[in-house]
Design a protein around this ligand. Sequence first.
Ligand SMILES: CC(C)(COP(=O)(O)OP(=O)(O)OC[C@H]1O[C@@H](n2cnc3c(N)ncnc32)[C@H](O)[C@@H]1OP(=O)(O)O)[C@@H](O)C(=O)NCCC(=O)NCCS
Length: 156
Amino acid sequence: MRSQPLMEMRRLQENDCQLLASAIWLLIPESDRGGNIASHAYLKQALADKNCYFILCVVDSTPIGYLSAFRFPAVESTSFQVYLYDIVVDEKFRRKGIGTRMIEELKRCCIEDQISRIWVGTSLDNEAAKRTFEITGARKVGETYVEYIYYLDEGA
Ligand SMILES: CC(C)(COP(=O)(O)OP(=O)(O)OC[C@H]1O[C@@H](n2cnc3c(N)ncnc32)[C@H](O)[C@@H]1OP(=O)(O)O)[C@@H](O)C(=O)NCCC(=O)NCCS
């Protein structure tokens, strides 16, 4: 008889470089990571930065859920805030509450760090993401959004 899969969910620590690299490799679409994986040194630096939150769900040592978020000083207000940059769950594991649990873990870490707000955005038609944000307590503050990027590495 096969034993129950071992599921673990937690914020990554400084020595979790290999786990972070596999999560990015397995869960982030190639188009979003430019086909490459960041170097060990680069990931290590991000993991050591207390402003970076990487939360993973791991089943039998394989990452199946990934969340990244970043803390910044919102000087227009009076406290630090967090931007939830990415959340993804392996297709085979969706609709089992994993996205919800990763956000709850982020909220727990943020409350511990005295963060007052978490920001997140998604496409207007991303029903899964919208529902996940809503059931974890996020309030919708707008419904029109246009996205731009400054590609600083491409010259003027
Ligand atoms: C968004 C995502 C992370 C949600 O993860 P998940 O583990 O499937 O979410 P949960 O199981 O915790 O579900 C949370 C809620 O969303 C609902 N939901 C999940 N997928 C849904 C879908 N395709 N359509 C409608 N509702 C959906 C669930 O039913 C649940 O609501 P309920 O409790 O009222 O039933 C996942 O769908 C995903 O990885 N999508 C691709 C990446 C992505 O678009 N990320 C967001 C970018 S900002």
